[in-house]
Write a protein that binds this ligand. Structure first.
Ligand SMILES: Cc1cc2nc3c(=O)[nH]c(=O)nc-3n(C[C@H](O)[C@H](O)[C@H](O)COP(=O)(O)OP(=O)(O)OC[C@H]3O[C@@H](n4cnc5c(N)ncnc54)[C@H](O)[C@@H]3O)c2cc1C
Length: 265
């Protein structure tokens, strides 16, 4: 459990940033605190964003925007999210612990942390999402995912182009609410495919070779094989690297087949 010296509700983003800058190492931006609670940090300034209006889900100017304080459960229930991308954002988080937990955990905390096991970042990567940072501006999620974590910025929102693409999400878990052993998301827009693979157990990345197989019409099985061969897989307490490689081939195939079915419908 963490300890907090000063708990602050900034009234503006400028104030939140100023508090964070006082000492990035001992300050913490708070999401739902679901992950923070698991550690033993001593936090000097706990910066609660809940008064800054970042809990909005909006569709505007051709983009779906998810504020940093939007909860994971909102992704499962909000019609603007569930009606898009074949509902993969809600599907991707639906196995995380339980509904009371997902009513606390936020999009901001989930994406900023860039966990290797993150279901949400895997799904967002296949949708070509971007993140909007207070200081860093808007950057593609793929670029953000490749950057080491430093706690010196505030994630304000995630943006996804509302382009009507079809998508599918697949994960394998040792039990229904465990961390994923492997996570895969695919999307298809006008015949152009995007494939992402997460919980390798390293962070989610795209498989360009798998996408190329699908773009070239070589089929879902070939795409699965390409993802297995192209990416690196590791061993942890959930699975060995070889098993993960095999899982990647199966899940990419399944997700691509599911997306092809959706495209027919
Ligand atoms: C038991 C357990 C099981 C889990 N299982 C899964 C799972 O199966 N799949 C999965 O994907 N995830 C899983 N998670 C991760 C869970 O989804 C995370 O706890 C959650 O994503 C963190 O969100 P939060 O809002 O609680 O973040 P917090 O705990 O509040 O914050 C996490 C980190 O992000 C920083 N932060 C938060 N918001 C922002 C922001 N807007 N800008 C900058 N920095 C910010 C915080 O300072 C902190 O360092 C699990 C977690 C737990 C505890």
């Amino acid at each position: 459990m963490y300890t907090i010296k000063s708990y602050v509700f900034p009234e503006s983003l400028e104030e939140a940033d100023e508090l964070l800058r006082r000492d990035c190492r001992s300050s913490a931006i708070l999401g739902g605190c679901c992950w923070l609670k698991m550690g033993h940090r001593r936090i000097r300034w706990a910066i609660d964003l809940t008064r800054l209006g970042l809990d909005q889900i909006e569709v505007k100017d051709g983009w779906l925007e998810l504020g940093a304080s939007v909860t994971l459960h909102q992704l499962e229930t909000h019609p603007d999210v569930t009606s898009r991308f074949d509902g993969i954002l809600g599907e991707s988080v639906s196995h995380i612990v339980g509904v009371p937990f997902r009513n606390c955990a936020t999009v901001g905390g989930s994406v900023f942390s860039r966990f290797g096991f993150s279901d949400l970042t895997c799904a967002l990567l296949a949708l070509d999402a971007t993140v909007v940072l207070y200081r860093g501006g808007e950057v593609p999620l793929a670029q953000f995912m490749a950057t080491p974590i430093s706690f010196d910025d505030i994630l304000l929102k995630v943006r996804i182009r509302d382009d009507g693409r079809r998508a599918a999400y697949q994960s394998a878990r040792r039990s229904s609410t465990d961390f994923p052993t492997m996570a895969v998301a695919v999307s298809c827009l006008d015949g152009r495919w995007t494939v992402s693979v997460g919980a390798r157990p390293a962070r989610a990345v795209r498989s360009e070779q798998a996408a190329r197989c699908l773009n070239d019409g070589l089929g879902a099985a070939a795409a699965g094989q390409a993802a297995a061969e192209e990416l690196t897989y590791g061993t942890d307490l959930r699975a060995g690297a070889d098993y993960r490689r095999k899982l990647a081939a199966v899940l990419v195939r399944r997700a691509a087949e599911q997306c092809m079915e959706e495209n027919k419908g």
